[in-house]
Design a binder for this molecule. Structure first.
Ligand SMILES: [Zn+2]
Length: 163
């Protein structure tokens, strides 16, 4: 028996102002997208902004449904919109921002497992690590360079490769 040790690297910024200017812009785009979230059930508003390799920014937000599982998270809404409207463009970054009517969101919000899996697919298609910027409504911004930091040992297309 041997052991595999897995390490994640998270860059912690004290606030949006500490980020490079282009990243501030992307976080602000996610904050803007958050305003249009449809979240009448959770009151948890999430916005996502996807940066493509041609500079295009694609926005998404959570879209809830009275039949709860029919809704979709902001990250997947944005990534699927990017895939649908800009096929073949590489995804460089995704910024996520969240707020709630019910409590202060002072900590960065990390994507759920299903979104991480979808991000992993787009990262593989893009052939480069996807940078993920995570923010709440105030406080720190957490940044990881590559899904490997939040979804190590992922199930991906290599697992379905035919001989
Ligand atoms: Zn999600």
């Amino acid at each position: 028996m041997k052991e595999i040790s897995i390490q994640s690297v998270v860059h912690v910024y004290s606030g949006i102002g500490e980020l490079p200017e282009a990243d501030q812009e992307l976080i602000n785009a996610a904050i803007g997208a958050r305003l249009h979230a449809y979240a009448p059930y959770s009151h948890f508003f999430v916005g996502a902004a996807v940066l493509l390799d041609d500079g295009t920014i694609v926005l998404g937000n959570n879209q809830e449904n009275v039949a709860y599982p029919s809704g979709l998270c902001a990250e997947r809404t944005a990534l699927f919109a990017a895939g649908a409207n800009f096929p073949g463009k590489a995804v460089l970054k995704i910024a996520i921002a969240a707020s709630s009517n019910d409590f202060e969101v002072n900590n960065p919000v990390y994507p759920c497992g299903a979104c991480r899996q979808v991000m992993s697919e787009y990262e593989q298609l893009s052939k480069r690590p996807m940078e993920i910027l995570m923010y709440g409504a105030s406080g720190e911004v957490h940044v990881v360079n590559g899904l490997i930091n939040i979804l190590p040992v992922a199930f991906n297309a290599d697992n379905l490769k035919r001989r």
